[in-house]
Design a binder for this molecule. Structure first.
Ligand code: FNR
Length: 369
């Protein structure tokens, strides 16, 4: 279909499935084990209902916000997804260029298939980028990588903490690793690559499973970027992140690709916010909570924000949008979010992101599976 025929983000997924080589589709779409968590990521939003308010003069609606103190035209950022070139020859640059044009923040993956500098060079002046970090067993590689990113103007460091070992993504494992350009770049950047267990395993064998809370002061000592832990799932760990003086957390299960039957980020959100409220006034500008996983509609975005998230991350929907259409597809995905946000905020009675409150949703059924 032509881009004009795409009306929602689900359409991009269907197109990607139809046009991608089986190996790329397997890597992008797969989740771990029985793929229960990936389904739950969508299902959880369907257990949250709106309580819209009326007669609130919604003629002017504004969905822009700040994320870690940086302006963002959408309350949505592009979460890190590895190996963009499996989907399109321009890989991650599709995201960078579209994001630059639309004022959206991109999180650059450690396992990008374009070189890190190429992705930074593709940004327009003032464009905000974050870095997603997989921590190398060789801390010197990690230190150089983080400090280089900061020097290149990256504005936030998201350390992925839910992947001490990559989950078993069986669809992906059935496709043996075959060398190719995008993957070769990752091998160049990070050492210790294995070649016999599917794409995900092959590119991730350098990741350090010994990473622990004891390492957090070291990260704080090597960078002044705000540090966010990506892949937190409990109030216990949320409070630890807070007490370690970090800038925030992403409630995430890695798009269902790690521990299967882990709960969804949005299901964990309410208890995490309740726990953080015991530490002081909320919202707390010094500690932000983000959510990702399963977000395909502006209504999902608004539910997470109403329940206390400052913004949400989107992985697959943006990846799928560039597979057939490159940068134009990503721009269209932003426009779809924008149009849906405008409509849904009007119908909900919220003129700004700050107007979204817990009373606007009924999440009583969130824990009933
Ligand atoms: C990911 N994700 C991910 N996260 C991360 O921290 N480092 C990474 O390299 C990757 N790579 C990656 C590849 C692919 C193909 C997918 C689908 C996901 C997880 C990602 O950042 C995010 O947490 C989820 O994608 C969010 O769920 P949705 O939006 O895909 O449902």
């Amino acid at each position: 279909p032509s881009l004009d025929e795409i009306v929602n983000l689900h359409d991009f997924e269907a197109v990607a499935k139809a046009i991608l080589p089986p190996k790329a589709w397997a890597y992008y779409s797969s989740a771990s084990d029985d793929e229960i968590t990936i389904r739950e990521n969508r299902a959880a939003y369907q257990r949250i209902w709106f309580r819209p308010r009326v007669l609130r003069d919604v003629s002017v609606v504004n969905w822009s916000t700040t994320i870690l103190g940086q302006r963002s035209s959408l309350p949505v950022y592009i979460s890190a997804t590895a190996l963009g070139k499996l989907g399109h020859p321009d890989g991650e640059l599709n995201l960078t260029r579209a994001a630059g044009k639309h004022g959206v923040i991109q999180m650059i993956p450690t396992l990008a298939s374009c070189a890190f500098d190429e992705i930074v060079d593709a940004a327009v002046p003032g464009q905000v980028q974050f870095l997603q970090l997989y921590v190398n067993r060789d801390r010197e590689i990690t230190r150089k990588y983080v400090q280089h990113a900061e020097k290149r103007g990256v504005k936030g460091l998201f350390i992925t903490v839910d992947a001490p070992q990559l989950g078993r993504r069986e669809k992906d494992m059935r496709m043996k690793f075959v060398d190719e350009s995008g993957v070769a770049k990752v091998q160049e950047n990070q050492s210790g690559v294995k070649k016999d267990e599917g794409v995900a395993r092959a590119i991730s064998s350098f990741i350090d499973p010994s990473l622990s809370w004891k390492d957090i002061p070291w990260f704080k000592s090597i960078t002044s970027m705000p540090i966010v832990l990506k892949g937190v799932a409990t109030p216990e760990d949320a409070l630890m992140a807070y007490d370690y003086g970090l800038a925030g957390i992403v409630l995430s299960n890695h798009g269902g690709r790690q521990l299967d039957t882990a709960r969804s980020g949005v299901e964990n959100l309410m208890e995490v916010v309740a726990a953080l409220k015991t530490r002081g006034p909320w919202p707390n500008p010094k500690f932000e909570v983000f959510v990702d996983g399963g977000i395909r509609r502006a209504s999902d975005v608004l539910k997470a924000i109403a329940l206390g998230a400052s913004a949400v991350g989107v992985g697959r929907a943006f990846m799928y949008s560039f597979c057939a259409y490159g940068q134009d597809g990503v721009e269209k995905a932003f426009e779809i979010f924008r149009d849906e946000l405008e409509m849904n905020m009007r119908l909900l009675g919220a003129c700004t992101i700050d107007d979204l409150t817990p009373e606007m949703v009924d999440a009583n059924a969130i824990h009933s599976h």
